[in-house]
Design a binder for this molecule. Structure first.
Ligand code: C5P
Length: 406
């Protein structure tokens, strides 16, 4: 199994909140990310979701009572506290947050949190008034000051019919956030340059040649690189996307501008990831005024080839680790491998496009090839794929630059 939380041992604490049902999905998402999960529930959590559900999903008995003679003799709170690489409480109720703040140990989960030496993260879930209450906020401030990670909450519609802050984050977002916190920043001190989106090649002041690239994959990769601790420069064609946190964005429009920006920003870079769908050709001449319709039923547009940006970066003297993409409608593997060699790339990530795959959609699947190996990343949201791809890039980057340490 691949995943950012590979081999991480996580005790998932579930407390009494209407959002407890989301903990079932959360177990699956954690497992998908490679984690081994044991579940601890409070008594009131059992009113919202059955221990049997959590036991079946996690594949291990669920611990509930502090004074359970059977459980304490097998995996009691101290053993669980030692076993845990991480304790994640989701949903974390106002009551459990108060217990943790005051060091109360009248249920197994709070006792375990006091006994563990491993990091603890909590994903609060409660009514927005309870969330805003000064007591809750000061409890959270205490926990935060003690190094407990607070994940979320989200805001929006609440089970009580109100609107506001206090909703449990979606399981995928909790896993994303935990991964960000739990996985060491392996690209600290490194500079990663990513190209993303389409290029627009102007024909006249109102028309251009473009393509359907949404930029989502490139933006997700830039985000994953930043999460891994890198300084990230994202060179983006025209897209309608928010810049990920701590990423420096350089907006360009044409392939030529993207080429120039890429050459400039890779001068001190360690990794270059060419995710953009660059227009191979551009109109040979730009018409200063709008092309007029004529009597003729045909119009010929003469095109001229654009520079290959990724190949140009790979040809640099002090080149970074270079990763290209190949979007193909058929013969994906062969074309990708040919491109790896022809463009002198270190790695290529290939995906099939067309028939609802690839451009514009949220899910994607990738086949990744490098000189000595390959890996298939099955269909998943682009944010997850980007993380998994980043993990492979980091491994191969350090494998090539063996003098550097991870
Ligand atoms: O040759 P093809 O366009 O299929 O190659 C795709 C890869 O090359 C992608 O990584 C893309 O970003 C990059 N590319 C480029 N400059 C071009 C054309 C493609 O960097 N002019």
């Amino acid at each position: 199994m691949s995943g950012v939380l590979l081999n991480k041992k996580i005790v998932l604490g579930v407390t009494g909140s209407i959002a407890a049902y989301k903990a079932a999905d959360l177990v699956r998402r954690l497992q998908d990310a490679g984690a081994e999960v044991r579940v601890v529930m409070t008594q009131s959590a059992c009113e919202f979701i059955t221990p049997l559900t959590m036991q079946t999903l996690s594949g291990s008995p669920v611990a509930i009572d502090l004074l359970d003679t059977v459980q304490e003799s097998t995996m009691g709170h101290i053993t669980l506290a030692r076993w845990a690489g991480w304790v994640l409480i989701a949903p974390a109720s106002a009551n459990t947050i108060a217990n943790l703040a005051y060091g109360q140990t009248d249920d197994l989960l709070s006792a375990l949190c006091l006994a563990t030496e491993s990091p603890v993260a909590i994903a609060p879930a409660m009514n927005n008034k309870m969330w805003q209450n000064q007591v809750t906020q000061s409890n959270l401030a205490q926990l935060s000051a003690r190094g407990i990670y607070i994940i979320g909450p989200d805001s929006g519609d609440q089970a009580c019919g109100e609107q506001g802050e206090g909703r449990l984050l979606e399981p995928n977002d909790i896993v994303d956030e935990l991964s960000r916190i739990a996985v060491p920043a392996r690209l600290q001190g490194k500079h990663v340059v990513v190209t993303a989106g389409p290029t627009f090649e102007p024909i006249d002041p109102v028309r251009f040649m473009g393509n359907r690239s949404s930029g989502k994959m490139g933006f997700a990769i830039a985000k994953a690189a930043a999460e891994a601790g890198a300084k990230v420069t994202l060179i983006s064609g025209p897209v309608a996307l928010m810049t990920p946190p701590s990423v420096t964005r350089v907006d360009v429009e044409t392939a030529e501008q993207m080429h120039d920006a890429s050459m400039r920003h890779t001068s001190d870079s360690n990794i270059f990831i060419a995710c953009a769908a660059v227009s191979d050709y551009r109109p040979e001449t730009y018409q200063d005024s709008k092309l007029k319709k004529t009597q003729s039923s045909q119009l010929q547009l003469k095109l001229t080839i654009n520079k290959d940006i990724v190949a140009a970066v790979a040809a640099k003297k002090n080149r970074p680790f270079v990763v290209g993409f190949a979007a193909e409608t058929d013969n994906v593997e062969q074309y990708a491998k040919d491109k790896l060699i022809a463009k002198k790339l270190d790695m290529i990530a290939a995906n099939k496009v067309g028939d609802g795959l690839g451009f514009g959609v949220d899910d994607n699947a990738l086949s990744v090839f490098w000189q000595a190996g390959s890996k298939l990343l099955p269909k998943a949201p682009k944010s997850h794929l980007a993380r998994d791809l980043m993990t492979i890039i980091i491994e191969q980057y350090y494998a090539k630059n063996t003098t550097e340490s991870t």
